[in-house]
Structure formats: structure tokens, C-alpha cells
Design a protein around this ligand. Structure first.
Ligand code: MOS
Length: 749
């Protein structure tokens, strides 16, 4: 497979999973009216102390006996032919145990892997890289999508540099435009973003006879296992992947990585465990990015704001990989009878894209929600009223089926009240002074239904101690804590009484942690296992106490008669009745057919624009989300804070810069690549619409990983529009762009 096909595969599998695989099967209503004591409360992380004191082990903290260190030599050129490669000097360096060739022929981007070394120390491995002699013939490159589409541009793959990869239509847009009373056309652009995970990628591979064990900083232990088995030709049964603690992934760690395969190959070659840790530069060049976009929306409405047609053309660039599908928000979120979408990917000589926290939705929402604000101004309507006017209660895409639940109207209502929506400029830019203030809103839709078939076990020992065992991974969001909380709630224990064992492919299967699907997959499976355990204990105790099982309640580490609470046995004594350690298997059930499963939200942003320096300060964000039942209010709020921090970063700072002449990235580090710091984070008010989804799973909970990342950049841009009366249609909205826009406005007035 070619690089871009591998990425395509990853992206498609990702979308399918995020949507909630194959909605079918029996109805599994969430238990309504449940009187939870722990679920829904703010619960501190059970491993918080371990993490903040530096004792939690990340992959890079692990050292195995006889372990070697690997480094990868990467192409410094965006496009070149490898004429020859001489490994002998590197092989002869004392301390070097293996040198392997990874590439022949053409390299297509800066950072593409060429050769690798395993040595007794990182320093020796680095020295050895210098001794590998590669003779390159430099070829013409193209790194900008605007140039890649030109006639005669250097060709990246065997096919053309521009490829249509998605189209969609409903109704008749031409008829719609004829009926529209107001028509507007605008183009919005977003930059390439890098996944700046706190912890860079790291893998350790160890081979025992024919069994491979890999420790990996991954969002997807099971996919890495399956990928390694496929790539190396080993049966899946002989591969084990372990994931310990992790410092973020955001999509860049959502599949098998090339460097992990290199570690495994070097382990085989040397007969010793091999560790590889990527540096910030490698992180910037070759393990993914969020594709850039140039999205043109043409839309029409009646004078009262009723949308009659929307058309969208997207040119998106994911380097040697594919760009992002960005049309889903436009297709689904508002009622509109006539819609047409065409999406094109543009290939360039830059590293391949990967899913990046809410792939496509971030860029598509920036365009759509910006367009709606410009349309509202044209119509003389309140932007929030325009959104409410076109509210839909059924999925607008292919299916047309109702949403399992949708609390977006409630999000609008709560958010508008909290931010003080009436304080906005009635006409964009009407305020005066050096510092202009403005308010903006943007809506969000996402999937995150969870994956049916996710498994979790509960093991109760004879001493009354309890384990929850699930192969899922905690990528930093607090998975261990809600697993403990759900088990404790159901068994009448405390979260700290539960030993949580996760992050290992020898444990029961769970899906990748991407697409906001971990909680709606894992939480219901744990709940199912815990309910089965509770049921069994009730039956046993019902005999001992001679009362019906239906009267027994588990709470306060006891099982007691709810009609006569003095009649009880301790949880520990009840566990003895199991006679031996007992395992209860839980499974996340199927999704009932006939419904669309989506999460919703609305962000309200308040900004200040300094008209002298061009600087934008985001002062406050009210973020209201409908994610079904909130399991842990504390970590849920953390997700929202994280999403907004990243979204403000996207709106104001983040941009991969590539030198046109050399084809090389000029900011592959955290000095030149700007991200939000604590000084840039606004006051954030997370609010949840507590609307328990009656159908989605036994807890009524939806995913929250991506939603708070989606509307924020658009809400900030709309607030800037409200402040200065100019819609900046390109992010990041750096001070130079703001000043240029203000000067242009002055010149025109
Ligand atoms: Mo993701 S892009 O849900 O890791």
C-alpha cells in the first residue's frame, strides 16, 4: 500500500467507528430514575497523586534488561531519489548492534524514514546516524496546495495531485438558489496543525522466541497488536501490546506507527529489547497533522432566515496523505432542503495527515458557522436566532432518522443566558475605542456513540477485593477513575476499593480511544459486568438472610434489606459466599436501530481586539454540551477546558510553516510553533445539559473527547467579527491579519 492509502484506511476505519458501528439489535433503554450517589459527581482521579508526583510510568520511563536504543535517519529533503546508501561505517562504530535500511528509491517528504540504528545508548545511536552515507538526487518538490494544483507541478503520487474524494447532494441546489431571497458566497481557510502531545511517541519491542511484546504510547492497543501481526507476519495470538500512562495523542497515536515496526525489526535482528522515542522534530514532521482546508460555501435563505440551499467546495491538503472530509456539519446540523458538497484532496511533498481531535469537523465548523454569522448580518438577524430558525430534530444526511436525543436548543438557552448574549453588538463592529469587544456563538455536532461488543470483566476475590479488567486505554482523560466509580456505585463500594486493570491486549477487548468513543463503549460494559456481579451477590445473600433478592440493596460496603436496613451482611462476607474468586463478564450492547446517535453543543465566546496591535484576547468562553449522562463531572469539565485551550490555540496561533524553496518545515519545535499557554486560556464556564439519552446504552452516556474542540475556533472568529465588523476567514487570526483587515476596512470607509 502507498502511504496515502494507509492513511485513507486509517481515516475511513476511524469514521466508521466514530459513527457507531452498525446500528441494530434490541432496544437497551438506560435505566431511568436511577438514584446514583457517585456517578455524575465530581470525582478526583484515583491515579491523580501518582501522576502529579511523577511516579506514573510512561513508556519512556521503562527500562528492560539488555535494552538497546534505536534512532531513525530521516530524509532532509522533500523530494529526492536515494541513489546509494552505505551503512558500513555506522555498523563498525563500537556499541552499534544493528543498522537497517528502511527505504529505497524515492522519498516524498522531509522526515520520511530512510534507515535505522540500534545501539547500546541513545548517544551512540545518534552518532551512528551521522555515519550513514546516503547519496540523494534532489528532485523538484511542491509543498503548497495552491501550487500543487497548478499545471506542470511536480507530481506526488502516480495519480494527479488533486483528487475528488467525497461528494454528496440532496434536493436541487440550482432550484434553491432561484428561490433564495439572499445569496452569499464566502471562502474560509484553515492552516495545517501539528498534534503537540506533551509526551512524544515511544515504543519498546521485545521478542521472546516467537512471541512479541510491545510497550507503546498508543490510543489503540488492539489495533497496534493487529497491525504488528499483519506487518510482521506473526499470528495475532503471539503479539501482546501494553500501554501504560500516556501524555496525550489527539489522533496521532491512533494506529500502528512505522517506528514501532522498526523497533520490532531491530529487536528481532539483535535478539535484545529495543526502545525508540521520537523527538519534537520527528513529532512535527512524520507522525501526522491536521490537514489544511480552503472551503467555499455558497448559501441562500429566505428573508426570514429560512435556509433554502447550501453548497460547499473543499480543497483540503494532507501532504502525501489524504485531506479531511469537512462537510458533515454542513450536511447534518441545520435543516436545509437543497445541499451539494464536493471535496477534493490536494497532495504535496509533506508528511501525511492523521485524524486530529474532531477531524474535518473543526475545519468544516469554522467555515459553516462563520458563514452563518455573515448570512445573519446580511439578513439583519441575530446569529443565534438564525440557528434556532433552522433547528432540526432529525438527521439531515442520508438517513433522515430522528436523533436518539438532542439537547442543542437547551445549550443555546443556557449559554446565551450565562454569557449575557444581549450584550453583543447588534451590528458587527458598532462599538468604538481602541479595544473592541464582541460576542460570538457556534454550534457543534459529533458522533461518539461507542462500539457495541466492548468487553469488561469484574473479578471478586474471596476476601471481598474487586478488580475491573478491560483492555481499554486511558489516554489522559480519566478512564481508570470512571471505571472505578461505576463499579463502586453498582457494588456499594468506594472508587478506591476497586483495582482497575487496563491497557493490555491480554485483557478483554475494547476499541481504540478515538472518535470520542471510549466512555460510551467502556462505561456500559463495566456497568453490565457490575450489575451481573451485584445480582449474583444478591441471590447468595437472599438465601442467607431469607429475604427475596429484589429487596436487597448494595451500599456502604454492605448488602441489606431495604425494608429493614438493620438486616445486612458485609460485602466481604457476601464475597465469601462466592466460594472461589468469581469473574463476571460485561458487554456493551448493540445500538437500537432507527435513530441517529450524535452529541451536540454550543460555545459562546467573548473577545477583546486591540485595534492598535492587532492582538486578540479571548476573555471568556461559555461551553454548553449535550453528551447524555455525565459520569464524572470533574474530568468532563477538564475535557471541555482542554478542548477550548486547543481551539483557542488553533484560532489564534497554530500553523505549520514550510519554506517553499527548501521544502523544509521551519518551525518543527515549540519555539517557532506557537500553542496556547496558561496566559492565553480564557475564563471557561463548562455547562452540561443533563439529558440522559434513553437509547444509546445502559448509562445513557455519549462521548465527550472531541465535542469541545469543534465549535471554539468558529465562536472566537464570530466574536471577533462582532467586535470589529470584519470576518477574518482565515485561521490562525494572527495580529498581522487583524491589522491588515482593519486597514482595509478603513481604506474602504
Ligand atoms: Mo481522535 S482524532 O478521536 O484521537
Amino acid at each position: 500500500m502507498k502511504e496515502h492509502e494507509i492513511v485513507d484506511d486509517l481515516n475511513l476505519a476511524y469514521l466508521e467507528e466514530a459513527r457507531g458501528k452498525k446500528a441494530q439489535g434490541k432496544d437497551v433503554p438506560a435505566e431511568a430514575g436511577e438514584d446514583f450517589k457517585l456517578i455524575g459527581q465530581p470525582t478526583a482521579r484515583i491515579d491523580g497523586r501518582l501522576i502529579v508526583t511523577g511516579r506514573a510510568k510512561f513508556t519512556n520511563d521503562l527500562t528492560l534488561m539488555n535494552m538497546l536504543h534505536a534512532k531513525i535517519l530521516r530524509s532532509p529533503f522533500a523530494s529526492a531519489e536515494i541513489v546509494s546508501m552505505d551503512l558500513s561505517q555506522a555498523q563498525n562504530l563500537p556499541g552499534v548492534k544493528a543498522v537497517i535500511k528502511l527505504k529505497e528509491g524515492r522519498v516524498k517528504y522531509e522526515g520520511e524514514q530512510v534507515a535505522a540504528v540500534a545501539a547500546i545508548s541513545e548517544k551512540t545511536a545518534e552518532e551512528a546516524l551521522q555515519l550513514i552515507k546516503v547519496d540523494y538526487k534532489i528532485l523538484p518538490h511542491v509543498v503548497r496546495p495552491e501550487k500543487a494544483v497548478e499545471e506542470g507541478a511536480p507530481q506526488i503520487h502516480d495519480s494527479a495531485n488533486v483528487e475528488k474524494f467525497n461528494e454528496y447532494s440532496r434536493g436541487d441546489v440550482d432550484k434553491g438558489f432561484a428561490e433564495a431571497e439572499v445569496v452569499l458566497e464566502r471562502t474560509y481557510k484553515t492552516a495545517v496543525e501539528i498534534h503537540q502531545t506533551a509526551e512524544t511517541h515511544a515504543s519498546i519491542a521485545k521478542l521472546d522466541e516467537d512471541r512479541l511484546t510491545v510497550w507503546d504510547s498508543t490510543q489503540a492497543a488492539f489495533s497496534v497488536r493487529d497491525g504488528l501481526a499483519r506487518t510482521l507476519g506473526i499470528p495475532t495470538s503471539k503479539v501482546r501490546v501494553i500501554k501504560t500512562y500516556m501524555g496525550g495523542g489527539f489522533g496521532s497515536k491512533l494506529g500502528l506507527n512505522e517506528h514501532t515496526v522498526v523497533a520490532a525489526r531491530l529487536a528481532k535482528e539483535t535478539g535484545r529489547p529495543v526502545k525508540i522515542v521520537l523527538n519534537r522534530r520527528e513529532n512535527s514532521l512524520c507522525v501526522g497533522n491536521r490537514p489544511s482546508t480552503s472551503i467555499t460555501i455558497k448559501g441562500g435563505a429566505k428573508k426570514d432566515g429560512t435556509l433554502v440551499c447550501l453548497s460547499m467546495k473543499n480543497y483540503t491538503c494532507g501532504g502525501v496523505g489524504r485531506g479531511d472530509r469537512c462537510s458533515e456539519p454542513l450536511i447534518d446540523i441545520y435543516k436545509c432542503p437543497n445541499v451539494k458538497v464536493e471535496e477534493y484532496t490536494v497532495y504535496t511533498n509533506t508528511g501525511a495527515s492523521r485524524p486530529t481531535r474532531a477531524p474535518g469537523h473543526v475545519q468544516g465548523t469554522f467555515a459553516l458557522e462563520g458563514f452563518l454569522d455573515e448570512l445573519a448580518d446580511e439578513l439583519g438577524l441575530d446569529p443565534l436566532e438564525l440557528r434556532r430558525k433552522n433547528y432540526s430534530s432529525a438527521n439531515q444526511g442520508e438517513t433522515g432518522i430522528p436523533y436518539s436525543s438532542k439537547g442543542l436548543n437547551k445549550c443555546y438557552e443556557l449559554g446565551a443566558a450565562k454569557i449575557g448574549w444581549e450584550r453583543r453588538n447588534k451590528k458587527p463592529g458598532e462599538g468604538g475605542g481602541k479595544i473592541r469587544r464582541g460576542l460570538g456563538v457556534a454550534s457543534q455536532i459529533w458522533w461518539g456513540a461507542g462500539v457495541p461488543g466492548t468487553l469488561a470483566d469484574i473479578k471478586i476475590h474471596r476476601d471481598g477485593s474487586v478488580e475491573v479488567i478491560c483492555g481499554t486505554q486511558d489516554i489522559g482523560c480519566g478512564t481508570r477513575t470512571y471505571i472505578a466509580t461505576i463499579a463502586a456505585e453498582t457494588l456499594g463500594l468506594k472508587p478506591e476499593d476497586i483495582a482497575v486493570k487496563i491497557g493490555d491486549t491480554v485483557y478483554p477487548w475494547a476499541p481504540s480511544s478515538g472518535g470520542s468513543q471510549t466512555t460510551p463503549s467502556v462505561a456500559p460494559a463495566v456497568r453490565d459486568a457490575a450489575l451481573k456481579a451485584a445480582e449474583r451477590l444478591k441471590q447468595l445473600v437472599s438465601t442467607t438472610l431469607n429475604i427475596p433478592a429484589s429487596r436487597i440493596v448494595l451500599a456502604g460496603k454492605k448488602l441489606f434489606d431495604k425494608e429493614n436496613p438493620d438486616v445486612s451482611v458485609t460485602f466481604q462476607d457476601a464475597a465469601k459466599e462466592l466460594r472461589r474468586e468469581a469473574v463476571f463478564h460485561g458487554e456493551r450492547s448493540d445500538l437500537p436501530a432507527g435513530f441517529a446517535y450524535n452529541s451536540f453543543g454550543a460555545h459562546f465566546a467573548e473577545v477583546e481586539v486591540d485595534t492598535e496591535t492587532g492582538q486578540i484576547r479571548v476573555a471568556k468562553v461559555v461551553a454548553v454540551h449535550d453528551v447524555g449522562r455525565v459520569i464524572n463531572r470533574l474530568t468532563a469539565e477538564s475535557q471541555v477546558v482542554g478542548g477550548i485551550t486547543q481551539g483557542v490555540s488553533t484560532a489564534l496561533f497554530e500553523e505549520r510553516l514550510i519554506d517553499d524553496n527548501t521544502g523544509q518545515m521551519v518551525n518543527p519545535n515549540l519555539q517557532g510553533y506557537k500553542i496556547s499557554t496558561s496566559m492565553d486560556i480564557p475564563e471557561i464556564v463548562p455547562i452540561f445539559v443533563d439529558l440522559i439519552d434513553p437509547r444509546i446504552n445502559n448509562l445513557g452516556t455519549k462521548g465527550l473527547g472531541e465535542p469541545p474542540r469543534i465549535p471554539i475556533s468558529a465562536a472566537v472568529a464570530n466574536a471577533v467579527y462582532n467586535a470589529i465588523g470584519i470576518h477574518l476567514r482565515e485561521i490562525p487570526m494572527t495580529p498581522d491579519k487583524v491589522l491588515k483587515a482593519l486597514q482595509g476596512k478603513e481604506a474602504n470607509s
